[in-house]
Design a protein around this ligand. Structure first.
Ligand SMILES: NC(=O)c1ccc[n+]([C@@H]2O[C@H](COP(=O)([O-])OP(=O)(O)OC[C@H]3O[C@@H](n4cnc5c(N)ncnc54)[C@H](OP(=O)(O)O)[C@@H]3O)[C@@H](O)[C@H]2O)c1
Length: 255
């Protein structure tokens, strides 16, 4: 790889952090316009299943393209392969399985879908290019405590995320589109248990990858999902008089 590319990938990571901060400021001013906040009939709405599949697919396709069209020299090393696999496993679930399971999802405004698609291209390129061409780990990195703890957090976070999305989905009977108070799992402690899982997952990935690129993705996810979780929390408190007042927003016992 070109020596300049390392600093180029670092710059892209810092920009991703800045975009996360900007996103969280914007989300304080306007609600993210999808799901419960979307207009019932947006002028340019993409059906929910198609929108989620299309917008998340670049996080799977771009890394595969990056690895196929270059020598991907660093992927000869086990730590790089495992880290890239962690990223791909999440996005295989998110782009190929999650959309098929959605029940009664609202149409996604085209601009929201385009923004998410653009982010997935950007971040898919950043993570995969870094891991396949640039990241240097000792071959025994997979036994380093940072990797082991990070991997466990990633796995636990993903399971919490999938389980919590499952609870939300099952609040609706087939054909229903309304909202109910989620119960069970980590929803007993926080409003946004699915977002908590996702934040834990990418913090684990960041720790295991011990890189600015992994840290930037975790920071971006934290900024966006904490803001959206705050909106959901407020929305539940306003909509349901009997909403459990002791529930935190996103982090059990803390926030
Ligand atoms: N990494 C990132 O930056 C990032 C950003 C955004 C999302 N995500 C992930 O993508 C997934 C989906 O995100 P999201 O923002 O769509 O999550 P969400 O607002 O919690 O909604 C998830 C699904 O459950 C339904 N739902 C939510 N609350 C419900 C309730 N009280 N009663 C009945 N149905 C309910 C929603 O239906 P409606 O669509 O009809 O509201 C939607 O289909 C999550 O796992 C999240 O972690 C990641």
């Amino acid at each position: 790889m070109e020596p300049a590319e390392g600093s180029h990938l670092d710059a892209l990571a810092y920009l991703e952090c800045a975009l996360g901060l900007l996103g969280s400021v914007l989300l304080k001013l306007v609600r993210s316009a999808y799901g419960r906040y979307a207009s019932p009939r947006p002028a340019c709405g993409v059906p929910a299943r198609a929108a989620w599949a299309l917008q998340e697919l670049p996080s799977l396709a771009v890394p595969l393209w990056v690895c196929a069209r270059t020598a991907a020299e660093r992927l000869r090393h086990a730590p790089n392969r495992v880290l890239l696999a962690m990223f791909l496993v999440h996005y295989a679930q998110r782009s190929l399985i999650f959309p098929l399971l959605i029940r009664g999802g609202k149409p996604m405004p085209l601009y929201t879908c385009t923004l998410a698609f653009t982010f997935c291209v950007y971040n898919g390129y950043l993570q995969s290019r870094y891991l396949s061409q640039y990241a240097v780990y000792a071959d025994d990195w997979v036994t380093d405590p940072r990797f082991l703890v990070g991997f466990c957090l990633w796995l636990v976070g993903m399971l919490i995320n999938i389980h919590s999305d499952h609870i939300l989905r099952n609040l609706r009977k087939p054909g229903e589109t309304g909202y109910k108070i989620p119960r069970g799992g980590l929803f007993e402690y926080v409003t946004a248990a699915n977002y908590f899982g996702e934040v834990v997952e990418w913090c684990g990935y960041a720790l295991a990858s011990w890189s600015i690129q992994g840290g930037a993705f975790a920071a971006f996810t934290f900024c966006i999902l904490v803001s959206r979780a705050q909106q959901h929390h407020q929305w539940y408190l306003e909509k349901f008089e009997d909403y459990p007042k002791f529930r935190k927003i996103i982090i059990p016992f803390l926030l």
